[in-house]
Write a protein that binds this ligand. Sequence first.
Ligand code: SF4
Length: 308
Amino acid sequence: MSGLPRPAPTGPKPAWLKIRLDTGENYRGVHGMVQGLRLHTVCQEARCPNIYECWGDRTATFMILGDVCTRRCGFCAVATGRPRAVDPDEPDHVAEAVRHLDLKHAVITMVDRDDLPDGGAAQVARVIRAVRGRNPACEVEILTSDFRGVECPLDVVLPAGPVTFSHNIETVPRLYPTVRQGSRFERSAGLLRRAVRWRGSAARPLVKTGLMVGLGESREELLLTFAALAEAGVEILTIGQYLRPTLAHLPVARYYPPGEFEELRRESLACGFRHVEAGPLVRSSYHARRHTESAASAPALDSPFARP
Ligand code: SF4
């Protein structure tokens, strides 16, 4: 880990962000399996605060298409640069990891691969099929890049049969230039809208997005963003606290107390989402199975925004 920027001294984190560092048997088992199968996880690469809990519960989110991203978002600890070639063994290795952990809901994410003509869509579909093929009882949730807005990737990825299609909107439109260089709010919202349209009247995949707070957004901007996402037909929303990974990343503008997350959860639900998970340590994949199950059983709300 030498050469990495020192973790950011943001002053004492509020008590509600304190976590228990439990590297017990399950944690070590997952760690060894990930290394043994030459896999990457967003748990490690993004320095997720929930890694001790999730790996302790023998669950993890696999990050495919390598550990080097072609973008440089101001909030993200994943390495940036020239990615390596696509690993042909990756689909089998992810499928084996899911079998080893006996997962019933596997979350798979990816780095942005703007260097590939299809943005990595074909490999994403291969991984989904390999996991479902080897683990018929396991549902797959796929958390993708924006595929640079290229039209066809959804026609490649969605036929592979994910139960939930996810793409993180991350923040409000005004902050995109500083928080998500190389991305566009409308492009990301457009991808989510197209996934809803692709699904048509079918029940799957459910469509999901995630957002961080604490980067300088206003409450009004958040409510407008929630409304735009509900209008796009998104059913599942996660809202979590931005945490600065290193000094090289954006500073935390504010820590939201748990009570404020509860307010955001209620206000966003009123926009028409079928499930909202909101809390300081909430991440898109944190207890993801619960998000999907809750949304699947929730009646489609008669929202002022949701289309018929
Ligand atoms: S919340 Fe997601 S990314 Fe974080 S440790 Fe858990 S599975 Fe990994």
